[in-house]
Design a protein around this ligand. Structure first.
Ligand SMILES: NC(=O)c1ccc[n+]([C@@H]2O[C@H](COP(=O)([O-])OP(=O)(O)OC[C@H]3O[C@@H](n4cnc5c(N)ncnc54)[C@H](OP(=O)(O)O)[C@@H]3O)[C@@H](O)[C@H]2O)c1
Length: 263
């Protein structure tokens, strides 16, 4: 669907990629409803884009329901917010596990469940999930992130089939490592194995294409990473051995240490 003139609900706007998506959507003439959990970070964005803002903690089910109520009538949902959820599962408390699952998977599913029926009634709308290549290939110290992003991919691809023929599209956009801003760039770490990164603008372009052309899945990453990810999704045992030999553990440990405070 064409983005100009539509109302777009965007989660995770106070983060790196969310900020870039907000700018991209505003430039294309969308009316923005921006949501985040920090009032002081949302206020300047409301001014910049003439946007409505809704304060909501996506780990809180009541907040998610209220968000959907307040954003009723939206044409496009971009479910972008997520926690990095890196580190070994054995290092997570039960509350941290619940939060990772709630923010990264439950909240996107609930927003889709609560906002799609009205889109179906109107015969137009789009739901775009921001996933990750970690939704296709497992890596060490990423079990919860992998779990939520694999889950999000399944949710998106199957929900898309449920809505086929209703006029409402569903897409997932899966970036690799993004440079300059966002949860990976904020760690200041090089990429594991030195793989190449993508620019935030490429993710925005992917989201735009997914919505405008109703594409099921767009992977935003350099060719070699997209290729390795496909291999890893088909042959996980082989991929595991390759990753171990590449010796990426030290880099991964540095990323986990830097993201520990965000659990
Ligand atoms: N950066 C990458 O290299 C990369 C690669 C692949 C996929 N992705 C995906 O891209 C999306 C955006 O990531 P990013 O890099 O922009 O990360 P980011 O800078 O860490 O931003 C994450 C956003 O999610 C929000 N969020 C976290 N917990 C929340 C909660 N309980 N309630 C409401 N909002 C919450 C954060 O809010 P606060 O500002 O309040 O923390 C922030 O706005 C994510 O889905 C991520 O998995 C990123």
């Amino acid at each position: 669907m064409q983005i100009a003139g539509t109302t777009v609900l965007l989660t995770g706007v106070t983060g790196g990629i969310g900020g870039a998506i907000a700018a991209g959507m505003a430039a294309q003439g969308a009316h923005l409803i921006l949501t985040g959990r920090r009032r002081e970070a949302l206020a300047p964005l409301a001014d910049r884009y003439g946007a409505r803002t809704i304060l909501a903690d996506l780990a809180d089910d009541e907040d998610v329901r209220r968000l959907a109520e307040e954003a009723a009538g939206t044409d496009i949902v971009i479910a972008n917010a997520a926690l990095p959820s890196s580190g070994d599962l054995l290092d997570y408390t039960p509350a941290q596990i619940d939060r990772a699952l709630a923010v990264n998977l439950r909240a996107p599913a609930m927003l889709a469940r609560l906002l799609a029926p009205d889109m179906v009634t109107r015969g137009r709308g789009h739901i775009c999930f921001v996933g990750s290549l970690s939704g296709m290939a497992a890596t060490k110290s990423s079990s919860l992130y992998n779990a939520t992003k694999f889950g999000l991919r399944g949710l998106s691809l199957a929900f898309r089939q449920d809505l086929h023929g209703t006029g409402v599209g569903v897409s997932i956009v899966q970036p690799g490592f993004v440079r300059d801003l966002g949860m990976f760039a904020n760690t200041g770490s090089p990429t594991p194995g030195g793989v190449r990164t993508v620019a935030p603008q490429q993710v925005v372009k992917g989201v735009t294409r997914a919505i405008e052309r109703d594409i099921a899945e767009i992977n935003v990453a350099p060719l070699e990473l997209r290729f390795l990810t496909k291999i890893a999704s088909q042959f996980p045992g082989f991929a595991e051995r390759v990753q171990r030999r590449a010796g990426a553990e030290k880099t991964m440990n540095a990323i986990v240490a830097s993201q520990r405070a965000s659990r």
